[in-house]
Design a binder for this molecule. Structure first.
Ligand code: NAD
Length: 509
């Protein structure tokens, strides 16, 4: 039986969070109104004003204390993740660890990422030109349910480290883990309103998108992302959109087949395939296709679904189970071959890992985000065809390539925000690498220096160091000013000696 699930509306006062494995209610939370959201944003504004004046060292000290407090509560946090999201214990702890790695990196790298930069002042040689980075103020973070801690932390950690306060709206399917983190934040930060959580369903998220925040960092589906962008447009609030994906994996003829198969199995099935950077489709060269499929099927058959020591847990939402079944039915009706699992092996909130072959781009399973434990493998003539099909999508989030001799070359041809070579998903675990997509996968970047700067405003300063006889920013010009400027245009930008010397020096650089 698929357990009953929270389909929260604003008509009820509280929202229940369920354990998807059992259907039990594990907690209830308030459904916050627009008034509640606005009040949280106003409190955050006050906290942000003080937080922004702190030195990087002082902010780092508090962020380190926050990180250590979460690490000390890892058992409680992982237990909530396990019960509320349905993921196995090991995956819950892995999520806690990955979230902490970003918190650690963000606080450590913020000062370097926001260091003012001196740049060339061009023809205004008497000026000092500087680019500096400043906190935006209050960041609204709207999160999904699949990685309810790791994903929002990618925005929260970098936003806080850059000197902002945060108001976080977690998914209605996984609000309890956010409240646990808020509890830890309140007892760690000197400013109790620095990180606040507002709970509720879509209407609460919409209220946050319309509130007086300085940026919205949204992670979720592309249709909701578009709604968030429209709502934010009312105040011209900038948005960062981390949306869905249809990540391809390419297996070249010279790939280490066992390693590629192991990676496809993990990348397609971890978190029961409910990851934005899941391996959603695999393209394998004809010459090695059958061997690869055999290895994948062998490894998938070793996996256990459900139970405390299962490799795959319960699907978080029954709505998602229906989408996966629909994609499987559609693929089978159009000729796909089922090697393991399949629609008949779905039971309640559990889906047996499913390997499909004979798939193609007429099928939803190869073009729409499936978000379930399915590995569809398409045979291709060669790598060129694989690259063409990999790029035949409106999404562009992650991707992976297995090849001994030309992994990097193939990677560079993929239209995606991120590519792992001879690995899957590795870019998300490297905190220095910016994370984000193109096309329907969104825009903007979390993680790394770019992730810090995403939550800053850029300020350009032109500082006059000394005065020179020709002052272009004055109406007091000599009579022959037009003649002078004509000469300068020729000299500096045309065929003059100065232009030639400049072009020569630029070539040498
Ligand atoms: P979703 O779009 O249904 O919901 C995301 C969040 O938006 C939830 O908190 C929800 O309450 C809120 N929301 C709903 N309607 C809203 C509205 N009108 N205005 C503002 N907020 C609103 O997504 P989901 O089902 O929770 O998450 C799954 C999706 O997230 C998948 O597509 C997945 O690929 C994507 N995802 C992307 C990344 C990434 O980094 N790119 C990471 C994780 C998940």
């Amino acid at each position: 039986m698929v357990p009953p699930r929270a389909t929260a509306t604003q008509s009820t006062e509280r929202l229940s969070s369920y354990n998807p494995a059992t259907g039990d209610v594990i907690g209830t939370v308030a459904i916050m109104s627009a008034t509640d959201v606005d009040a949280a944003v106003a409190r955050a504004r006050t906290a942000a004003q003080t937080w922004a004046t702190r030195s990087f060292a002082a902010r780092n000290e508090e962020l380190v204390a926050f990180r250590k407090a979460i690490a000390a509560s890892a058992d409680e946090v992982a237990d909530i993740l396990h019960r509320e999201n349905g993921k196995p214990e090991l995956e819950a702890y892995t999520e806690v660890m990955m979230a902490l790695s970003h918190l650690q990196h963000a606080s450590a790298c913020a000062e370097h990422a926001m260091k003012p930069r001196k740049v060339s002042s061009g023809m205004l040689a008497n000026f000092r030109a500087t680019i500096s980075y400043h906190p935006l103020g209050v960041i609204g973070v709207i999160g999904p349910w699949n990685y309810p801690l790791f994903t929002p932390m990618g925005s929260i950690a970098y936003a806080l480290a850059a000197g902002n306060a945060v108001v976080w709206k977690p998914s209605e399917l996984t609000p309890l883990v956010a409240l646990e983190i808020e509890k830890i934040a309140k007892r760690t930060f000197a400013l109790p309103d620095l990180l606040q959580v507002v709970t509720g369903a879509g209407a609460t998220g919409a209220a946050l998108a319309k509130a007086a925040v300085d940026k919205i960092a949204f992670t979720g589906s592309a249709p909701t992302g578009k709604r968030v962008m429209i709502a934010a447009a009312e105040r011209l609030t900038p948005v960062l959109l981390e949306l869905g994906g249809k990540d391809p994996m390419i297996v070249d003829t010279d790939a280490d087949l066992a390693a590629a198969a192991e990676a496809a199995v993990f990348g397609g099935l971890t978190n029961s395939g409910q990851a934005c950077i899941s391996v959603e489709r695999v393209y394998v060269a004809d010459a090695i296709h059958d061997k690869f499929v055999e290895e994948v099927v062998k490894q998938v058959r070793e996996l256990k679904v459900g139970g405390d020591d299962g490799h795959l847990g319960a699907m978080t939402s029954p709505a998602q189970v229906k989408i996966v079944k629909d994609h499987l039915d559609d693929a089978i009706a159009k000729g796909a071959k089922v090697h393991t699992g399949g629609p008949d092996a779905i039971s309640g909130s559990y889906i047996q890992p499913t390997v499909l072959t004979n798939v193609d781009h007429r099928m939803k399973i190869m073009v729409d985000e499936t978000f379930g434990p399915v590995i569809p493998i398409q045979k291709v003539a060669n790598v060129d065809e694989a690259v063409r099909l990999a790029n035949d999508t409106t999404f562009g989030l992650g991707s992976s390539v297995f090849s001994k001799s030309r992994g990097r070359q193939i990677a560079d041809k993929l239209r995606a925000g991120m590519t792992a070579v001879n690995a899957v998903m590795a870019f998300s675990g490297i905190p220095t690498l910016p994370f984000g997509g193109v096309g329907d996968s969104g825009f903007g970047r979390i993680h790394g220096d770019e992730g810090v700067r995403e939550f800053t405003r850029i300020k350009s300063t032109a500082e006059q160091a000394f005065s020179i006889p020709i002052n272009m920013m004055s109406f007091r010009q000599p009579k022959n000013a037009v003649k002078n400027i004509k000469g300068m245009i020729k000299q500096i930008y045309g065929d003059g000696v100065v232009a030639k010397a400049g072009d020569f020096l630029r070539k040498l650089r």
